[in-house]
Ligand binder design. Structure first.
Ligand SMILES: [Zn+2]
Length: 626
């Protein structure tokens, strides 16, 4: 396995607990969330080569147990490798036979055999034979199964040590929160590359989505946040937005083929029997080429291939929709709209959003899109709930409380800040009611600092003598200076503060560790001081209150301030991630009297790890100046 050597996954964007990441393997880089079609090279009804040709997936999953049991396929796979056998040069993950164990109660392959076989045929991601305990089995049995799983996982670690193939460390524990928690902690302490949440297929089949949600939440709370998570057996598009919002990154679909064989047609919200279809509610290349009546008159083989292809295309399209929603910060809207597809999904969504504190911990401070009121659940949106929590202690400090249509009472100073100023209500009521000018600009920026950092931060950052520069065109606040040095800039698009060097120094001088600090290895300090980003592998510790996109102070041990920047990870994630950027540096702290020209010096390659980091948001003070 590559882990504890070179980590294989990095996060490049996020929304609530959802992540867009990049998984690095021997057969290329795959963007997550990703859906892996289950490819069975032995299938006679669904031609795997044709499916791969039509769909062109980046990553697939195949069952090592089924391959192993078929002597011809086994020999061919060993001789030529799995990629040749499948006629596919993308990423291949293997399942071990655990699913068959869950389904049929037994398999005639040992853990050692399946692992050796997966290693031999060159799968990119190998899976040990974990023991999936069915839901609501006795605690005693679930515990015993977990013990066996641990033994199998230990064996896998030994076998794959030093290998370039990635290793999956599945989490089991049936429907017992204590066992799921223990299992998540155990696998996190071992050098796995990805984790699967296993044993949930029977629950999904029975539409017990609330239980599935509870399991995901329990596991995610205790799993290493720097590793991608595979929700095993979740292939119906209706569940994907919620699962991604809770932090699942990989999915597999056997559903496309199973439903196709059963002549069932998938949509993002439900499954429809072909015989009931009068129209195709889909614009994929197949559905636009014919109509249900013609299809019904085709051969069984043709119908099955048609439905398998459509089912996969519609599922993959849902993944694209989810990723687009993450980028824009509107995943919540998609989850809430999908929740209307089925009462069980609505109940699961409500169960998920009860866990506000967990969801909020990973939710960025702002996103490009505002919060749309899309139903009662909007009140539980982590961004809305966080805003209410932060506003409560500030109400007594303001000279005027105004009524916000979604958040209730807010200080007038915050009426333009994210999310208050970006909330979209019916008839745009928000803007009419709360965007009113009152009091002075100093009051306003101090209140925003209190909201953004902590109550009292406004006084700390902005003494009475500050010079507040405003846009000549719009009159809006831009830069806040003290004796010509910039303390902060108010971002035009979300009315939140971007710290300048003086602001960082003032915040540092008036607070104690660990407040808003990211403490880094002194070894990395020279490069950060030259403007290089803070790579997560150099983070020693970080304030747990930091949220993605917070303004943070970069320090070295002994609380020496060396730079300031924008956090890209949550404080609680920073010490776990070993790949990618933790803080995008806005500026280095120059010792007094040093030349203020930007220095451009050599940064050695060992400092700057290979990364596909794509955060390219422009810093607040570089644009929008009026
Ligand atoms: Zn279609």
């Amino acid at each position: 396995m590559l882990n504890w050597g070179e980590p294989v996954w990095e996060v490049v964007d996020r929304d609530i607990c959802a992540r867009i990441g990049r998984l690095h393997t021997e057969h290329g880089v795959v963007e997550t969330p990703a859906l892996m079609p289950v490819i069975n090279p032995g299938s006679r009804i669904i031609n795997p080569k044709e499916i791969l040709e039509q769909i062109k997936p980046k990553m697939v999953i195949t069952n090592a147990y089924i391959l192993y049991k078929n002597i011809d396929m086994r020999e061919e796979a060993i001789l030529n490798g799995i990629h040749k056998l499948l006629g596919f040069d993308g990423v291949v993950m293997a399942d071990s036979g655990s699913y068959q164990l869950l389904r049929y109660g037994g398999v005639d392959i040992t853990n050692h055999e399946t692992l050796e076989f997966q290693k031999e045929i060159g799968v990119d991601i190998a899976t040990p034979l974990d023991i999936p305990t069915p839901p609501r089995e006795t605690h005693l049995r679930a515990e015993a199964d977990l013990e066996t799983t641990y033994k199998h996982l230990e064996e896998a670690i030994e076998l794959f040590s030093g290998c370039k193939q990635l290793l999956n460390g599945p989490v089991q524990g049936s429907t017992y929160p204590d066992l799921r928690r223990e299992s998540a902690k155990w696998v996190s302490s071992k050098p796995f590359d990805i984790h699967a949440i296993g044993g949930v297929v029977p629950l999904m089949e029975r539409y017990e989505f609330v239980e599935v949600t509870r399991i995901i939440l329990e596991v995610k709370k205790h799993l290493n946040p720097a590793r991608p998570v595979h929700l095993f057996g979740c292939g119906h598009p209706m569940l994907l937005p919620l699962a991604v919002m809770l932090g699942c990154d990989l999915f597999d679909s056997a559903a496309y083929a199973l439903y196709a064989k059963d002549h069932r047609y998938l949509t993002p919200e439900k499954t429809i029997k072909l015989e009931e279809l009068e129209y195709f509610p889909c614009c994929c290349k197949l559905c636009t080429s014919t109509d249900p009546k013609t299809l019904k008159n085709s051969s069984n083989q043709e119908i099955t291939m048609f439905l398998a292809t459509h089912n996969l295309l519609v599922t993959l399209a849902e993944i694209e929709k989810i990723k687009q929603a993450i980028r824009q910060g509107v995943l919540w809207d998609l989850v809430v709209s999908r929740a209307r597809a089925h009462p069980a999904l609505l109940a699961a969504t409500k169960e998920a959003i009860k866990e506000y504190e967990h969801l909020e911990r990973f939710t960025p401070i702002y996103k490009p899109s505002g919060i749309k009121y899309v139903g009662e659940e909007t009140h539980r949106h982590p961004v809305v709930a966080r805003a209410k929590q932060r506003i409560a202690p500030l109400l007594e400090k303001t000279s005027l409380v105004v009524k916000h249509p979604l958040l209730g009472e807010i200080p007038w100073e915050l009426s333009e800040s994210y999310p208050m100023g970006q909330v979209v209500m019916e008839n745009n009521k928000n803007k009419a009611n709360t965007r009113q000018k009152h009091g002075d600009n100093l009051e306003k920026i101090r209140m925003i600092a209190d909201y953004q950092f902590f109550p009292g931060a406004g006084q700390t950052l902005f003494p009475s003598e500050v010079e507040i520069q405003t846009s000549k065109k719009t009159g809006r606040i831009r830069d806040i200076l003290l004796e010509g040095e910039r303390i902060a800039t108010l971002r035009a698009e979300n009315s939140l503060l971007v710290l300048g060097e003086l602001g960082a120094k003032r915040l540092h001088a008036h607070t104690k560790e660990p407040t808003f600090r990211v403490c880094v290895d002194p070894e990395a300090a020279p490069f950060i001081s030259q403007g290089s980003s803070v790579f997560s592998k150099f983070v020693l510790n970080a304030d747990q209150r930091i949220r993605p996109y917070d303004e943070v102070l970069v320090t070295t041990p002994g609380d020496k301030l060396i730079a300031h920047g924008k956090a890209l990870l949550s404080g609680c994630e920073m010490t776990f991630f070993k790949r990618g950027v933790a803080v995008k540096t806005r500026g280095a702290i120059k010792p007094h009297g040093e030349n203020r020209q930007k220095v451009c010096s050599y940064v050695p390659s060992w400092y700057k790890p290979k990364t596909d980091e794509t955060y390219d948001e422009t810093d607040g003070h570089n644009h929008g100046r009026g």
